[in-house]
Design a protein around this ligand. Structure first.
Ligand SMILES: O=C(O)[C@H]1NCC[C@@H]1O
Length: 344
C-alpha cells in the first residue's frame, strides 16, 4: 500500500513524538519558521506574539489533545549550550520542563545535536528559558537510555502562605521555584488522594489553588520578570519527611493541564522545599511518583547555591523517556478545523 498522503496544499510540520513517564513530548523537527530574537527568553516572547497559531496546530486537536506538550529547538546565545529550547503547552510557553529535558537529552544524542557521544554518559547542555540545564544521557553501544539533569538554582519562595481558595476557604500553601514556580498543598486538605481520587477532582482543587495564588500572591524572580509567574499547583501525598519509599504527587499546570509524569521541574521545586525545611540532606535521593500513572523520577539536592538573595540548591533529577513515533502534520486549506480546537 502507498504510505504517502494524497496531494494536499498547506503547511507541513514534521515531529518526533516521545513520552517521559507517560507525559508526551512532541519535538518539532522541521517546518517551523525561523524564530527571531537574540536570546532564548526573547525568542519565547517572539513566538508568543507572532507564531502562536502554530502552537495550536501542534498541540490542539485534531493533531494533539488537551494535555499535549511540545518542544521547539532554537539557537541559544550561550556558547556552552548544545541547543536552546522553547516549551509549549495548552496555554502558552513554559520556562522549564524536566520531562522534556529528559526526552530531549536522548533526542539530542540520537539526532546528532551533540558532537561525539561518550560512554557511559554524554553531556548535553540545554538552554531552557529559565537558564542552562546540564543533562547527562546514558549511552552505550550506540544506544541512548536514562537521563539525569542538574537544575537551575531552585529555592523555596514562601512557606505556609494562607490564601483564600474558592470553594475551600483558607488554605496554607508553600510556593517553590524549580525553573518555574509551583504552589504545593497536601491533597488531604481537600479530602483527596493523589493516587486514588478522580483526576477531575484533583484538577478542580489544584486549579482553585492556582487561581487563588495568582490573584493573592505577588511572585518575583531575582534574574528576570519573564520567570515570575505561577505555572501550576502540585498536590502531594504529604510524605515530605525523608524516606526510601516513593512519595507521590500530581501536577496541574498551564490551563488545567495534567502532567502524567512526576514533573521534573516540580520535583526540583519540591526537593528545594524539603531541603529548606530541613527534611532532606544534600545527596539524599528521594523517589517521586506520579499519582496519575505511577511513573517515577528520582531527585536529590546536590549543592547549595544562591539565586539573588534566596538560599537555593541545585537539584539532580533522573528519569527515562521513550520514542512513540514520527509524524508529518499537514493543514489542508479547506479544513475548517485545521487551526486546532480543544474540548474542555
Ligand atoms: O516535567 C516537567 O517539568 C513538566 N512536565 C509538564 C509540566 C512541566 O513543565
Amino acid at each position: 500500500m502507498d504510505m504517502q498522503l494524497p496531494p494536499h496544499e498547506g503547511g507541513k510540520l514534521t515531529v518526533v513524538d516521545m513520552h517521559t513517564g507517560g507525559e508526551p513530548l512532541r519535538v518539532i523537527l522541521s517546518g517551523y519558521p525561523v524564530v527571531k530574537g537574540d536570546s532564548v527568553l526573547s525568542k519565547r516572547r517572539y513566538v508568543r506574539e507572532h507564531l502562536d497559531h502554530l502552537r495550536k496546530v501542534l498541540m490542539f486537536e485534531p493533531r494533539g489533545h488537551y494535555d499535549m506538550y511540545g518542544a521547539l529547538i532554537v539557537d541559544s546565545e550561550l556558547p556552552e549550550a548544545d541547543l536552546g529550547v522553547l516549551f509549549m503547552h495548552n496555554e502558552g510557553y513554559s520556562t522549564m520542563c524536566g520531562h522534556a529535558v529528559i526526552a530531549l537529552g536522548r533526542f539530542a544524542v540520537d539526532y546528532k545535536l551533540v558532537k561525539e557521544p561518550q560512554s557511559p554518559e554524554t553531556q548535553v547542555n540545554i538552554h531552557c528559558p529559565c537558564g542552562l540545564v546540564k543533562a547527562f544521557v546514558e549511552y552505550s553501544e550506540g544506544k541512548t537510555g536514562g537521563v539525569r539533569f542538574f537544575s537551575v538554582p531552585a529555592f523555596a519562595f514562601a512557606t505556609d502562605v494562607t490564601v483564600m481558595v474558592e470553594g475551600f476557604g483558607d488554605v496554607k500553601v508553600d510556593i517553590s521555584y524549580g525553573g518555574a514556580f509551583y504552589a504545593f498543598v497536601d491533597a488531604q486538605r481537600f479530602g483527596l488522594d493523589v493516587n486514588k481520587s478522580r483526576t477531575r477532582d484533583l484538577v478542580d482543587a489544584a486549579t482553585a489553588v492556582t487561581n487563588a495564588v495568582k490573584s493573592q500572591v505577588k511572585l518575583h524572580h531575582p534574574t528576570s520578570d519573564d520567570l515570575a509567574f505561577l505555572y501550576g499547583t502540585i498536590l502531594t501525598d504529604g510524605k515530605d519527611d525523608y524516606s526510601s519509599d516513593p512519595t507521590a504527587n500530581v501536577c496541574v499546570f498551564a490551563e488545567a493541564q495534567v502532567d502524567r509524569s512526576p514533573t521534573g521541574s516540580g520535583v526540583t521545586a519540591r526537593v528545594a522545599l524539603q531541603y529548606h525545611k530541613g527534611l532532606i540532606q544534600l545527596n539524599q535521593t528521594r523517589i517521586f511518583q506520579s499519582g496519575a500513572t505511577g511513573s517515577q523520577f528520582t531527585g536529590k539536592a546536590v549543592e547549595e547555591t544562591k539565586c539573588g538573595s534566596f538560599k537555593a540548591v541545585v537539584v539532580e533529577v533522573a528519569g527515562r523517556a521513550f520514542y512513540t513515533g514520527v509524524s508529518h502534520l499537514v493543514q489542508e486549506s479547506e479544513d475548517k478545523l485545521s487551526a486546532g480546537f480543544l474540548l474542555k
